[in-house]
Design a protein around this ligand. Structure first.
Ligand SMILES: Nc1nc2c(c(=O)[nH]1)N[C@H]1C(S)=C(S)[C@@H](COP(=O)(O)O)O[C@H]1N2
Ligand SMILES: [Mo]
Length: 263
């Protein structure tokens, strides 16, 4: 059973297929992570919290990622709870300076011209299809202090502000019953997410970092921030968004990174 074909909501899916999938998964896990399967708290943060491990150093992040690595897309997707919020943190815990990461060097960060910038929405959407930066800035804004977890073995707490993605998708007339949202970037990076994650309350189209315009290194003019997903699922410099039922893959996903990529 694949997420790509799945139309059932997670709980119905869990009721009919959950037992056999979880039985397989349990065999792979050692305590204490194993006990958490029964509680359905399978995020990296959730396991860290309840197993008494912390994510304050790269070694512990690496150890957790190794424990989590057996998860396949289906198990993760069926366990995703759209109402569960990722942890948030006080300002005093923000990591300074926040790390930069991309598939290239910091000297090669793309420069996007704010005057000519247009965000395109395509695919299963019948509303507003082109957005300028000023139009995005005029939408209701929120902010979050959350932890970014990179699969390469580091994590950092950052402060982002922007538009709730669910709000943006509705204003764009997106068909929210579609399976995927794909996100294409100015540096030709791309990724894609499932619709429940796109509509999650903490998924933000961020325009600011720590109260200032998002700097180029962190994704100017905008980065989709999802604290429920690993770093590589958080695309920077987004120029085009597509709503689709066809599996879009992604830059790292097509090279073997797990597509669901939950944190
Ligand atoms: N456009 C684009 N987005 C991207 C990447 C990239 O190379 N290009 N790298 C991803 C990875 S692997 C990580 S860890 C984060 C790093 O974001 P940061 O530079 O703000 O820390 O961006 C993600 N989004
Ligand atoms: Mo990453």
């Amino acid at each position: 059973m694949s997420l790509r074909k799945k139309t059932n909501p997670p709980n119905t899916f869990l009721a009919s297929h959950g037992d056999s999938i979880l039985k397989d998964a349990r065999g792979e896990l050692k305590s204490p992570a194993r006990r958490l399967l029964g509680k359905r708290i399978l995020t990296l943060g959730g396991i860290a919290m309840l197993s008494g491990c912390d994510l304050t150093n790269d070694k512990s992040v690496n150890a957790m990622l190794r424990k989590m690595s057996f998860f396949n897309d289906d198990v993760q997707a069926l366990l995703f709870d759209p109402n569960k919020m990722a942890p948030t943190y006080p300002e005093s815990m923000i990591t300074r300076p926040f790390p930069f990461n991309a598939f290239y060097d910091i000297d090669d960060v793309p420069e996007v011209d704010p005057a000519t910038y247009r965000l395109q929405v395509s695919g299963l959407a019948n509303g507003k299809r082109t957005w300028t930066l000023d139009e995005l800035r005029a939408l209701p804004q929120e902010s979050q202090i959350t932890r970014h977890i990179c699969i390469e073995g580091w994590s950092a707490i950052g402060h982002w502000g922007g538009v709730r993605f669910a709000d943006f998708l509705r204003r764009s007339g997106a068909d929210t019953s579609a399976k995927y949202v794909s996100l294409h970037c100015a540096d030709n990076y791309w990724t894609s997410i499932d619709m429940p994650t796109a509509l999650h309350a903490q998924t933000l189209l961020t325009l600011t970092y720590d109260g200032d315009v998002l700097p180029p290194k962190y994704g100017f003019p905008m980065k989709l921030r999802m604290p429920t997903k690993l770093g590589y699922k958080n695309p920077k410099h987004i120029v085009a968004i597509s709503v689709t039922n066809e599996y879009p893959g992604g830059y790292w996903e097509n090279q073997g990174y797990n597509w669901f990529g939950g944190s």
